[in-house]
Design a protein around this ligand. Structure first.
Ligand code: PHE
Length: 421
């Protein structure tokens, strides 16, 4: 059991929420559908298709929101340059949730009720998607989270989808890698207890690691934004675990890694997709060298589709390397466009049905098929962090991880690399 902290009072945020509520509720939504006709007799709808995006563009995980925004815009730009969807251009309406779940729940109302978007590529961190998702569901506007991995996100309802794998798999992937590839037999975990993402990854890592024969010998917690982690780290250091699992977000991870090294803790630090941000390196320096993370894709993957995406993204965004957030939002935009095309309409219910029928969509983060729970069943990669780069280690497919977790410790197969660099 973990206690929940109340959100801190922030006058700027409260003022923004009030303004958004007024804008969404009081200002009448006069959105003229400007069906321009090319020539007399041509009744085809040429109006733009409005798609909403919101994410953390200025808060504690702003790298996530900025990357996902870039990925979604690039996906839409490519579709528009190719003639749009059935001749209609995509118009993205963007909002900043500042990394606050309560603000996410407000901006989604503005996007659905005032801007009248027909779908959303939104919800970066699981906490924001969990807070905003019920409003997409009640407005009957399909929402695709590019990157929220917490299982409860798509359980909100049948209008909520995601472009990524879920945390039971992600936790299992790292447990398997620790046990089999790093030969770890004991682990410590330090989690952000206010984050559903961090709590569930802890649970799933522990479950799988224990099943494999490992032991979690120390468990500590913190809250996002804390600055002193030395007490928890001293306890972890004294327990002498083989590895330390830190299922959190990059801003906190940087401080934790630095303090761990200052305390003389040299064990490998392990994390998940919440570490994948260029800012991690600026904040953490070489204290994260030798760490490993599970992630959605690797920009170093030699596959031609990934290398083409990386090259195009760098051209589009001034030489930035696309992280997993960017790649997932790009994929989400493209399979949404494909579903709109297939549905032949932007009407919520029909679009929802078309999204649910997505099968074998070839994305840069893998082949995307929606399961009955609206989750994308996909492989994960393990990356090693060294001197500013993420070095590709191996790919773990969903079935492989499941069977590894089921195997008894003595019968564990030696690590197999399904794809080498
Ligand atoms: N999976 C994380 C969450 O659910 C967010 C995340 C996705 C972070 C992708 C980085 C990259 O909160």
């Amino acid at each position: 059991m973990y206690s929940q902290n109340l959100p801190t009072y922030n006058p700027r945020r409260v003022a923004k929420i009030i303004l958004l509520i007024l804008a969404g509720g009081v200002v009448p939504a006069i959105v003229a559908s400007c069906a321009r006709q090319e020539r007399p007799g041509d009744t085809r709808d040429r109006s733009s298709i409005k798609i909403g995006y919101f994410g953390d563009l200025s808060g504690p995980t702003f790298n996530f929101g900025q990357s996902a925004k870039n990925g979604a815009i690039m996906g839409a730009d490519e579709i528009n340059q190719g003639g749009g969807i059935n001749g209609r251009k995509i118009d993205i309406v963007i909002e900043d949730d500042e990394g606050s779940p309560e603000l996410a729940a407000t901006v989604i109302n503005k996007l659905t009720r005032q801007d009248k978007v027909i779908a959303l590529i939104a919800g970066g961190a699981s906490g924001s998607s969990l807070a905003a998702g019920p409003n997409a569901q009640s407005a009957k506007v399909p929402m695709i989270s590019p990157s929220s991995t917490n299982p409860a996100v798509t359980q909100i309802g049948d209008y909520v989808f995601r472009a990524c794998f879920i945390d039971p798999f992600q936790g299992e992937v790292m447990a398997k890698f620790s046990y089999n590839s790093l030969q770890a037999r004991t682990a410590a975990i330090m989690l952000d207890f206010n984050s559903p993402y961090s709590r569930d990854l802890t649970e799933f890592f522990e479950l799988s690691f224990t099943k494999l024969g490992g032991r979690v010998i120390s468990k500590q917690s913190y809250t996002q934004g804390d600055s002193d982690f030395k007490g928890q780290l001293s306890s972890i250091g004294a327990a002498r675990p083989d590895v330390i699992y830190l299922p959190g977000y990059y801003g906190d991870i940087a401080v934790i890694a630095k303090q761990a090294r200052q305390l003389g803790i040299t064990q490998p630090l392990l994390g998940g997709d919440g570490w994948d941000a260029p800012e991690l390196w600026q904040l953490a320096g070489d204290s994260i060298n030798g760490s490993y993370i599970s992630n959605h894709y690797s920009a170093e993957d030699p596959s031609p589709a990934i290398q083409k995406f990386v090259k195009d993204y760098k051209l589009h965004w001034g030489n930035l390397t696309p992280d997993a957030h960017a790649a997932l939002a790009y994929d989400a935009m493209r399979f949404l466009a494909e579903a709109i095309q297939r549905a032949g309409t932007t009407e919520g219910g029909k679009l929802r049905d078309a999204l649910a029928q997505t099968r074998n969509f070839s994305g840069v983060t893998g082949i995307i098929s929606m399961d009955s729970e609206r989750n994308a069943v996909k492989s994960a990669v393990i990356l090693k962090l060294q001197d500013g780069s993420y070095i590709y280690q191996e790919t773990i497919k969903p079935e492989a991880a499941v069977s590894a977790a089921k195997a008894s410790p003595s019968a564990s197969p030696s690590p197999k690399k399904s794809r080498k660099k």
